[in-house]
Design a protein around this ligand. Sequence first.
Ligand SMILES: Cc1ncc(COP(=O)(O)O)c(C=O)c1O
Length: 439
Amino acid sequence: MATSDPSHGAATTGKPKPKPITPSDLRAEFSHHDPTIARINNGSFGCCPATIIAAQQRHQLLFLRQPDYYYFHTLKPSILQSRRLIQTLINADHVDEVSIVDNATTAAAIVLQHTTWSFFSSNFQPGDAALILHYAYGAVKKSVQAYISRAGGHVIEVHLPFPVKSRSEIVFEFQKALKLGKSNGRKIRLAVIDHITSMPCVIIPVKELVKMCRDEGVDRIFIDGAHAIGNVEIDARDIGADFYTSNLHKWLFCPPSAAFLYCKMSDESSDLHHPVVSHEYGNGLAMESAWIGTRDYSPQLVLPEVMEFVNRFEGGLKGIMKRNHEMVVEMAKMLVEAWGTELGAPPEMCASLAMVGMPSCLGIRCELDALKLRKHLRECFKVEVPIYYRAPVEGEVDPITGYARISHQVYNVVEDYYRLRDAVKKLVETGFTCDLLSK
Ligand SMILES: Cc1ncc(COP(=O)(O)O)c(C=O)c1O
């Protein structure tokens, strides 16, 4: 995160320091959550506190009250204010480097469409490559297929180890893939690198990988940080990628859906366009993204209230991230001890999410088993947690094939994790295996 700390909301909004949040305020902020569910999957859809939902509704009503005035006088300055807050949060040089879009999927489409045009305009040649992590998010992989493969590009997938023991294992595999990719004279035009992979979930040492790409002459680097903002520090200038996206609705308390796309200022950046063309076409990506036709822009406008909300917590956003990380690691350790398993990654490679090995006797033998077990935990034990299937490596004895991806956000309590612990223990004690779910 930037050194000019945006978590000091008073400095950015000119308002007095917000009132510290109490345990009962916190419960009220999330009282709309289904109270019967132990929700330990903030990773998929994030969460939105009541204060922010109210702020969003205020924007919606302002628009409905006098749409023309809102359109001509309120919308653009409000989006600009949100962009400025993001600029500070991610330490971008200029506000024009920050656009707000719907989600990380849209941001990927913008970057990949831009790369497609380089193939069409013959700046890139058929067979030039895009490099992507094997664990890239499914929709982003499909986007690479849709935009790069169809334009004649070659796709290189970097295989990463899991479970992973250290950052250096990732750096090593990435370096190997880069060298191999270039070995037959191929030019690597684009690298798509996750900041925090989705499944399995691991923090990737993006700064090192970006430097490696630069040293090897990769033309463009896009960081998919969908899970990053509010989860790990982002310093766009320091990371040094050309493009960086993160969802605001996952870990930054915005309502669905909003994401930022950072595009480093360059000669090429004027050729970046939103895939939805409006009358703002040609006015720069930030302006194009700020009007993609009549719709609800309110999720993008609540950043000032989000900053006030996070500043009610000790240490602001940094404090939230620190405590979430500490708690998720503590809970992950508690679970592996109870289940006699192991973590999928060392604590320093977990943000507010952790991969927790599940007992092998549960018989998780494919992705469908993992999905069915997740459903079983939801329906029979009221726990919401995603499960990752990991194929065993030949010769492994009693391998861990299932990992629960647990998360910690401000609304979580230790009982949420105890419920997961006890549910799995009960399944083990009663001789459950995933085979029973197909019957
Ligand atoms: C790494 C990664 N990239 C992209 C996305 C897509 O996010 P969205 O569905 O908000 O576009 C996700 C969603 O979880 C993700 O984990």
